[in-house]
Write a protein that binds this ligand. Structure first.
Ligand code: BTN
Length: 258
């Protein structure tokens, strides 16, 4: 299993940005270096959004590693990040985690974490891949705009009437252990062949109708699960099966986000 080097800051702008700075410094981080923080002052979300990580209430953690896979295969790797969070929370607290393709982690249909993967190209390879994960842990409430969509570990432990105390440190550690375990499987085949069952058993909307928001035209079909490349297989009404690539399209449930 990979040796992981871990750095912790009480406060930082963004754990993803810290790793990027280190990568471009004279002191490049070792393969599998993790930077975590108690609080981010400029946490980054997807599509240029801000990601709030309130002081000591959440996990903000990022990993840099140097996989040898071709750039076009990197999205396969980012699939592992959602799987790692789901497996960690299930292992530590027996929480019923589900995955919304490609890598949203849901508990009772609410998002428990955000994941931002970044990389820089170096020819047809990635110079690095950074996987940044923010997990809601101790939050008791959320801003109004995300109140109905977000949850935290503590809120879910309360719902399931569990007496267990959550620990940001344990969650942080377990996520990267799970990621390393999954990566070991991935490396054998350079795809998700050996991880399909683990992913698909957690996938929401399997065998249900989903809306595929393709820029070339929206359509509906039955979600069949992912294939070894991480594409979502959707059966259209005419019986044909489309492999949906996460780079281009989003998938929604029929009545809303899930
Ligand atoms: C999203 O928009 O859902 C992705 C949010 C990703 C947040 C994490 S927190 C740790 C890492 N550092 C950042 O600046 N962002 C990611």
């Amino acid at each position: 299993m990979q040796k992981i080097t871990h750095f912790y800051f009480d406060e930082i702008d963004s754990t993803n940005d810290e790793l990027k700075r280190r990568f471009h410094s004279d002191d490049r981080p070792a393969d599998w270096t993790v930077v975590s923080a108690g609080h981010q002052t400029a946490g980054k979300g997807r599509s240029g959004h801000e990601w709030k990580s309130p002081t000591e209430d959440s996990v903000a953690t990022s990993l840099i590693f140097y996989p040898k896979v071709q750039i076009r295969h990197v999205p396969r790797l980012t699939i592992l990040s959602g799987m790692a969070v789901a497996a960690a929370l299930e292992k530590l607290y027996a929480l019923p985690t589900r995955l919304k393709w490609p890598n949203d982690v849901l508990i009772h249909e609410r998002k428990i974490c955000g994941i931002l993967c970044e990389m820089e190209p170096d020819g047809d390879r990635a110079a690095y891949v950074i996987v940044g994960i923010g997990v809601n842990v101790h939050q008791k409430d959320f801003p109004e705009d995300i109140r109905d969509m977000a949850t935290s570990v503590d809120l879910e432990l309360k719902k399931s009437e569990q007496k267990m105390q959550s620990s940001r440190k344990d969650i942080d550690r377990q996520i990267w252990l799970e990621f390393a375990r999954l990566y070991q499987e991935f490396e054998k085949t350079e795809d998700l062949s050996d991880l399909l069952d683990e992913y698909n058993k957690r996938l929401v909307n399997v065998n249900q109708t989903v809306r595929v928001l393709d820029p070339l035209g929206e359509y509906q079909g039955k979600s069949l699960g992912i294939d070894r490349r991480g594409d979502l297989l959707v059966q259209r009404e005419d019986g044909s099966i489309v492999a949906v690539d996460s780079g281009e399209v989003h998938v929604r449930g029929i009545y809303g986000y899930v």
